[in-house]
Design a protein around this ligand. Structure first.
Ligand code: T5A
Ligand code: NA
Length: 210
């Protein structure tokens, strides 16, 4: 799909972090902000539990089904691949996507189980590269205190510690880390600045990478 090169494109903004780091809360606040500013924006999340692949993932996460670690890894990746072309269309036609988890969750959570990190990265190659990765930084202990874990498969302190270590390895200098232990409005303020800068850059014609 060819976007009109004279029209500005949307930004692909990804929020990452441990379970309970506050991603969903911040993603909806960001979309509201952009809409108030007259910027076309949508909230997306992975896993997208609405597709048939997503339903398999959901029943795995709720411990309703068992799957081999490699198999569930590939399903999470497939769940992103099935959304890739729509994602590209949205971005090229000027809609900014605020995405609650993406490939980095895929790699961090599977490698926390002991799968090889390079193997975990391979199926993500060719997906659209985010313009911004914002990391909601919180210790596993602090995250665990929040509202209690809901009992999904990965919501255990010991496992979240391993995930935090994997995120540490994955993180690069382009990621923007925000202290997620601050009051929700303070996190919001910091994210707003970072995201608005990114949206502006993309409107100016920053190329889209895969
Ligand atoms: N996964 C995901 C993989 O293994 N591979 C993959 O490829 C992908 C995409 C999916 C699970 O699947 C794994 C990762 C996950 O374990 P999910 O449906 O995305 O999980 O669920 P979570 O990300 O775990 O969502 P949570 O709801 O647990 O966490 P959020 O979205 O980070 O946090 P949020 O905003 O819902 O807030 C949690 C609580 O904290 C409070 C909120 O009010 C809420 O009660 N809160 C704050 N409290 C104090 N101060 C703040 N600043 C706060 N911000 C929020
Ligand atoms: Na969430």
């Amino acid at each position: 799909i060819e976007g009109n090169s004279k029209e500005s494109r949307g930004a692909l903004v990804v929020l990452e972090g441990l379970d309970r780091s506050g991603k969903s809360s911040q993603c909806s606040r960001l979309v509201s902000l952009l809409e108030r500013r007259g910027i076309s924006a949508e909230l997306w999340r992975f896993p997208d539990r609405t597709t048939s692949v997503g339903q398999m993932i959901s029943s795995y996460l709720t411990n309703t089904s068992e799957l081999d670690d490699h198999t569930i890894h590939l399903l999470f990746s497939a769940n992103r691949w099935e959304k890739r072309s729509l994602m590209e269309t949205k971005l090229k036609t000027g809609t900014t996507l605020i995405v609650d988890r993406y490939s980095y969750s895929g790699v961090a959570f599977s490698s926390a189980k002991g799968l090889d990190m390079e193997w975990c990265k391979a199926p993500e190659i060719g997906l659209l590269a985010p313009d911004l990765v914002a990391y909601l930084d919180i210790s596993p202990e602090k995250a665990a205190e929040r509202g209690g874990y809901g009992g999904e498969r990965y919501e255990k302190l010991e496992f979240q510690k391993k995930v935090a270590d994997c995120y540490e390895v994955l993180r690069d200098v382009t990621w923007k880390a925000v202290d997620a232990c601050q009051p929700i409005e303070d996190v919001e303020k910091q994210l707003q600045e970072i995201v608005l800068d990114c949206v502006t850059e993309c409107q100016k014609g920053r190329p889209l990478f895969s």
